[in-house]
Design a protein around this ligand. Structure first.
Ligand code: G16
Length: 543
């Protein structure tokens, strides 16, 4: 084997965001940008030397090429075994499953999640640690630190490894196992859910659609829903993964999954519809004429956890990210389990899951999951809903409205202002932060501010702390506004405004959320001076 060492120059822009390093694909393809980051991982994560590395991605443009580059680098850096998904594919939750199952030292996942793909789209990479979860901040900071001083990277001189078929190969001294990307994950799902009950539901007149958005979950959903659970052929739509996701934005929300939403409307609407994103970790849940907010989805699943065989004896606790609505807190308080509020980013759930403090967790950003892996998991959420629907024998709308009657309804919406000028976005947040101290006790739009802060989190397990995680303003009627800049965009900045109001009375729970939140929306716009500062009068996306 010939290891080659190639000189390179550091860049200043390789600090991973909320979920790994994401940039335009062009950036990754040139000047060793990918190689620098990967070498920084090998230089800092020394357990990979002599260990197992899991490797796969969501199939977007540049995925195959990047996998070959990384395999050559892994061999040169002393990795003992690489487990790669066939054709270079692995959904993010499946990668987490494989890391855990085969006790790998870590994994590299190639994805820019819900961001568009193709030659002009985005690419991304992130490192997951041995627990299967996104690297915690200490690790990402060490990798970033290394990228700032990198001067060379290592590779081997060899051709491409054939990824088309399942099988074993060698690259220099490294063993490369090309695995079926679905098998281990599908086995895990069958061990969690009541497949018998779901099969019976799907064998009846229940109609569903799953939109894979031409992204990674197509093969997973076809195998599990259609082949194993007997859903009618054609249940999975847009099921073929494409390098550019068919030119769409593989983001499962009401705007980007409009085709699916239309299938739930009216008398002909299907009973249940769901979608997942580019790398398979997000989910959107719909019933006939009914959208389940991700926050409500987490709360409903937590309240119904014991209907799922793997959680028959109950869950110890549940966690949500700070901007996620407080609906799950109400469930936790009512059923007597622990609940936690963490910063945005799945990595913050890792320690709580590892310590057994929680079994379910979720985020408003269409992420829901459990302790079965250490990533959010789109298909897990779909199967969890199917399991609950099958056992309860009610519609999605009946289950959610019954939930609101019992626990109260947390009206919720997120307003996104995308691709705004970064400086203006930073200034807007800075002026908000500067005003926080003076807000408690004041009246805004007739509501009294009870607290105003910049969220700071101390991890209850390892004591690490994270600051500046979003501005929260709470009011005397239980409502709340959160302001935060996205950590996943690649162009300019995205301002997210999260709005939440609580309505305990069932007779007042049927309003449209935008109407129920109208006064809070006005307060938020005034408080942050959104129009004056960024020149936008309406959000680009409302969910
Ligand atoms: C990533 C993280 C999520 C997080 C989301 C927030 O999602 O994995 O845990 O909630 O980012 O995004 P933003 O910072 O834009 O609000 P994904 O699906 O992009 O990996």
């Amino acid at each position: 084997m010939t290891v080659i060492t190639i000189p390179t120059q550091p860049f200043q822009d390789q600090r991973p965001g909320t979920s790994g390093l994401r940039k335009r694909v062009d950036r990754f393809r040139h000047d060793n940008y990918l190689q620098n980051f990967v070498q920084a991982v090998f230089d800092t994560q020394r357990e990979l030397v002599g260990g197992t590395l899991v490797l796969g991605g969501d199939g977007r443009f540049f995925n195959r090429e990047a996998i070959q580059i990384i395999l050559r680098m892994a061999a040169a850096n002393g990795v003992d075994r690489a487990i790669v998904g066939q054709n270079g594919l692995l959904s993010t939750p499946a990668a987490s499953c494989v890391i855990r199952k085969y006790a790998a030292a870590g994994g590299l996942i190639l994805s820019a999640s819900h961001n568009p793909g193709g030659p002009d789209g985005d690419f991304g990479i992130k490192f997951n640690t041995a627990n299967g979860g996104p690297a915690p901040e200490g690790v990402t900071e060490a990798i970033y630190g290394r990228t700032l001083e990198i001067a060379e990277y290592h590779s081997i001189e060899s051709g491409d490894v054939c990824l088309d078929q399942v099988g074993s190969h060698t690259a220099a001294q490294m063993q490369v196992e090309v695995v079926d990307p679905v098998r281990d994950y599908a086995e895990l799902m069958a061990s969690i859910f009541d497949f018998g009950a779901i099969r019976a539901l799907l064998a009846g007149d229940f109609r569903m659609r799953f939109d894979a958005m031409h992204a990674i979950t197509g093969p997973y959903a076809k195998r599990i829903l259609e082949e194993q659970l007997g859903a009618a052929p054609g249940t999975v739509i847009n099921g073929e993964p494409l390098e550019d996701f068919g030119g769409h934005h593989p983001d499962p929300n009401l705007v980007h999954a409009a085709e699916l939403v239309a299938m739930t409307k009216g008398l002909d609407g299907v009973d249940f519809a769901a979608a997942s994103d580019g790398d398979g970790d997000r989910n959107m849940i719909l019933g006939r004429d009914f959208f389940v907010t991700p926050s409500d989805s987490l709360a409903v699943l937590a309240a119904n956890a014991t209907l799922i065989p793997a959680h028959r004896s109950g869950i110890p606790g549940a966690a949500r990210s700070m901007p996620t609505s407080q609906a799950v807190d109400r469930v936790a308080a009512a059923i007597g389990i622990k609940h936690f509020e963490t910063p945005t980013g799945w990595k913050f759930f890792g320690n709580l899951l590892d310590a057994g403090e929680i079994a379910f967790c979720g985020e408003e950003s269409f992420g829901t999951g459990s302790n079965h892996v250490r990533e959010k998991d789109g298909l897990w959420a779909v199967l969890a809903w199917l399991n609950v629907l099958a056992v309860r024998g009610q519609s999605v709308a009946e289950i959610v409205t019954e939930h609101w009657r019992e626990y109260g309804r947390n009206y919720y919406s997120r307003h996104d202002y995308e691709e705004i000028e970064s400086g203006a976005a930073e200034d807007l947040m800075a002026q908000l932060r500067a005003r926080l101290q003076g807000l408690p006790g004041s009246l805004l739009g007739g509501l009294e501010v009870t607290y105003a802060d910049d969220f700071r989190y101390t991890d209850p397990i390892d004591g690490s702390s994270s600051e500046h995680q979003g501005v929260r303003v709470g009011f005397n009627d239980g409502s709340r506004i959160v302001f935060r800049l996205s950590g996943t965009g690649t162009v300019g900045a995205t301002l997210r405004v999260y709005l939440e109001a609580f309505e305990p009375h069932p007779e007042k729970q049927q309003l449209d959320p935008q109407d129920a939140l109208a006064s809070l929306i006005t307060i938020a716009n005034d408080l942050a001076q959104i129009e004056q500062r960024i020149g936008r009068s309406t959000p680009d996306v409302i969910t």
